[in-house]
Design a protein around this ligand. Structure first.
Ligand SMILES: NC(=O)c1ccc[n+]([C@@H]2O[C@H](COP(=O)([O-])OP(=O)(O)OC[C@H]3O[C@@H](n4cnc5c(N)ncnc54)[C@H](O)[C@@H]3O)[C@@H](O)[C@H]2O)c1
Ligand SMILES: O=C(O)CC[C@@H](O)C(=O)O
Length: 534
């Protein structure tokens, strides 16, 4: 029986489903068109879910998905997935951002051309036998020399702009993340706001995600600021346009027409307010990504991402946590293990109810892709301190935030005594407790506890003793361990000359009983003793 079960609930390419099933540890079920209640009733059996845009992955679905670890979206927009609920439930959400870029840019461009030259209504008239009348009714516009506003200059917006430049259009772009140097590289005018971009534009094309900020980004005032006879193109999400405002602007004649692939409600009702317009319009049923090439790309990409995540832990294109590709995983993998052990150690030895966990990276490690390493330390810390078993690497920052615990990170390129050093420090007011580790050869080692140098494995059973730095105490503890049949696998000693204390880390073969721990704690000269399972 396969170790991991994947539910594919929307049509993706057969090659993608086959790529999942080809892995010996994965079995994929292909069940599309499930009503919401049926999805909720079966989702508990699955480790991963693959969707396009039809399946709505709601908070109720996540609540029922007890084993679910990842949702893969074969496409870009993830507005059909409740991202907050996914994160709360510790589920990674991944998309396939590049697979349908060209197809969607080409489709949006097709809609612009169709609208400018009235292809859709003229075609209908020809079929209806109105050839002559249609020749008079459908006079189009040239795009040559026209001003094009692109809202959202990401992957698709940039591809659209390149094609528009080949048509000799003047491109002005608004995107809050577009820098002047990137705008220069793309040879587009950078607008400081959507209002500036749209003012005097002859065509607008939308390529932004639908968020609370972008909902109805194309509204009545912005439509009114465009040039008379302008065209609206939307191949992103319907909710970006205030549809009643667009209808009014087309009816008034100010906007000549629109080419839309997407609607605020999908599928749109048969009596949608824009369908009654006997004007220059072109509508398609959310076909932007529907090409053989795009579907093969996104189907294969999503399948490979889910397969690699389940099989190896590699994270690509995650939208609710940092990604970690195979190369980065190979480079920082040992530090992930180390961070987990440092987090557990802090949970046992550090202050209760801390204010913050500070993770710092020293030496060449500071330049590596360590986004997940800090999370791993935080996850281990929280998991060890909470009994609900609900913390994982996806939701750890949200859980920490709800507990008032800050996670901070710093990178220090100067080297320490070690070439690279990972330090995790728990802070509470002025109190600080830090532990640190490094990689020696290929092995992660814990090399510092509470500012004292030690050298221990990162996995195993440990006894950590703080004692007066005088002869006989370690011997007495060793005798107690021996009489309890506890073999010592490794021992590391450190002394703090300034306060006369010493730290002894003893690796043993099995967990120490409460009775033995009590005897160790009552040994004269022992200041504290803690058993830790790493
Ligand atoms: N019709 C389809 O079938 C289809 C296919 C693919 C993608 N899409 C849609 O197209 C959208 C864009 O896809 P992409 O691959 O280009 O994504 P992308 O992430 O590469 O680009 C989106 C751009 O929007 C910008 N942006 C964010 N907020 C903005 C705002 N308030 N104003 C202006 N720009 C803003 C971002 O900075 C980014 O550069 C997706 O979100 C998806 O909804 C639709
Ligand atoms: O799955 C589809 O066909 C639509 C995809 C598209 O809306 C996207 O956001 O990638």
């Amino acid at each position: 029986m396969a170790t991991y079960r994947v539910l594919v609930s929307d049509p993706i390419s057969e090659i993608g489903v086959a790529a999942l099933n080809a892995h010996p540890d994965i079995s994929a079920d292909f069940k599309t068109g499930l009503p919401p209640e049926e999805l909720i009733s079966i989702i508990g059996e699955y480790d991963a879910l693959v969707v396009r845009s039809q399946t709505k992955v709601t908070a109720e679905v996540f609540a029922a998905a007890k084993k679910l670890r990842a949702v893969g979206r074969a496409g870009v927009g993830v507005d059909n997935i409740d991202r907050a609920a996914a994160t709360d439930h510790g589920v990674i959400v991944m998309n396939t951002p590049t697979g349908n870029t060209i197809s969607t840019a080409e489709h949006a461009f097709t809609l612009m051309l169709s609208t400018a030259r009235n292809i859709a209504p003229a075609h209908a008239e020809v079929l209806a036998g109105n050839f002559k009348a249609a020749r008079k009714a459908y006079q189009g516009i040239e795009l040559n020399g026209k001003r094009l506003a692109v809202l959202g200059m990401g992957r698709i917006g940039s591809e659209f702009a390149k094609r528009a430049q080949a048509f000799n259009m003047k491109v002005v772009a608004y995107d809050p993340f577009l820098t002047q140097s990137r705008a220069d590289e793309l040879k587009v005018e950078l607008a400081e706001s959507p209002d500036i971009a749209l003012n005097g534009a002859d065509v607008v094309t939308l390529h932004v995600p639908l968020t609370d900020d972008t909902k109805h980004i194309l509204n009545e005032a912005r439509l009114a600021s465009m040039n008379p006879g302008a065209i609206v193109v939307n191949c992103a999400r319907g909710g970006l346009i205030d549809e009643p405002a667009l209808k009014a602007a087309i009816e008034s004649g100010h906007i000549a027409g629109c080419g839309l692939d997407v609607f605020e409600e999908e599928p749109p009702p048969a009596d949608h307010i824009l369908f009654g317009l006997n004007k220059h319009v072109a509508f398609t049923p959310h076909l932007g990504a529907s090409t053989n090439e795009a579907q093969e790309n996104v189907g294969i990409q999503v399948a490979e991402q889910i397969r690699d995540f389940l099989a190896t832990g590699e994270i690509r294109n995650a939208i609710n946590m940092p990604s970690l590709d195979a190369a980065a995983l190979a480079e920082v993998g040992p530090y992930l293990d180390l961070a987990g052990s440092l987090g557990k150690l802090l949970a046992k030895l550090g202050p209760e109810n801390p204010d913050s966990l500070r993770v710092s990276y020293h030496g060449p490690l500071a330049k590596k892709d360590t986004g997940l390493v800090s999370r791993k330390a935080l996850t281990a810390l929280l998991s060890a301190r909470r009994s609900d078993g609900q913390v994982n690497i996806v939701n750890a920052p949200a859980v920490a935030q709800s507990m008032g615990l800050d996670l901070t990170e710093s990178t220090i390129s100067a080297q320490t005594e070690f070439n690279e050093l990972l330090v995790a420090e728990l802070r509470k007011g002025d109190q600080r407790f830090r532990v640190a580790g490094t990689i020696i050869g290929k092995s992660p080692r814990i090399v510092e506890i509470d500012r004292l140098f030690v050298d221990t494995n990162i996995k195993g059973e440990f006894l950590i003793v703080k004692n007066d730095d005088r002869p006989g105490i370690v011997g007495a503890v060793g005798t107690l361990l021996g009489s309890a049949q506890q073999n010592i696998a490794n021992l590391s000693l450190a002394r703090n000359k300034s306060d006369g204390n010493a730290l002894t880390v003893i690796e043993v073969d099995s967990p120490l009983s409460a009775e033995l721990m009590d005897s160790i704690r009552s040994t004269p000269g022992v200041l504290s003793a803690t058993g830790v399972s790493l």
